[in-house]
Design a binder for this molecule. Sequence first.
Ligand code: SF4
Length: 340
Amino acid sequence: MKMDKISYPSMGIYTQIIGRLGDYLKWELIPPATPSETSIAEGARHMNELMCLPAKVGLGQFIEACKQGANKLIMFDSCGECRLKCYWILQERVLRKLGYEVTVYPIRLGKGTVNDIRRIDPSISYWKALVTFLKILRDIYHLDKQQYEIPEQTNLVKIGIVGEIYTILESAINRRLVEKIEKMGALVHNSLPLSYFIFKGFYNRGWMTRQGMDMKVWREAKDRAHRYFPQEIGGHGNESIFHTIYYALKGFDGVIHVLPFPCMPESTVATVLDDIHRDYGIAVMRLIFDTHTGEAGLDTRLEAFVDILKRRKHEIIKKQQSLKIPYDPDPMSNKEAMRG
Ligand code: SF4
């Protein structure tokens, strides 16, 4: 019997872990190629220009997988109330129009995952699908545990990243944003590692603690965020608001708001983040990624942002040392010190 060839879109550092589905379930997997200018352009050519960048990137990768013989494709289907839920329908339509005999299977993260895995391959038992899912969750959890911890007290500039999850996680799309900032001598914290997305229900109920995060302040930030926007936005718009407040309360020097063009939830919250910048005094820079994001322009903006934050932090520390008070990461205290 001919074996199915299965592929899936990349997801930054998690791509390999998702690929372990092949080992665990004995599937013949075609790993996704890293998104390239060519594959993104190919995806964009066949997708409506008004669709968001991740839809185009995923389609480009699927076209490449189909060229290698994939007949089943897995598309992530978890983005709150946003249109990520519809990607698989659009992508399958395009691929069939292009002549590929392929089925795109949406896969949810959560209680629907086991059934979704069995829909892709009905020969897999419920228990095998469940154990596989748990192994993948464990692997993601362990990967995230090694990352994203940055020291509370440091003289280095601290920057938090908020925004749309795929653009944050896929470095080929964000042009190696984190790596670039770290090379400029700043520390970076990602508000949305994949484990957040998976365990968010547990965090919200207080059943689990987020690695490297102050849960008391995190809950406080969520309460304060509600005052700025008392409604579900979809995607990760609400997360962008409360994580920006969290970073402000934890004394971070700046926040980078990352979004793909034309992202509905993230463009909706943009003005709210500007208000948080004004109210809390935390610097917020917005980076919008599209099919033609130029690397040189991005580098210049990043360098200028990090440079300003470094100078500002240096001045605060100098002022506080002259006043003989220890450096206080609370931005409100910093403002007081500067006034003094
Ligand atoms: S969150 Fe943004 S990028 Fe993701 S599906 Fe929604 S509009 Fe598109």
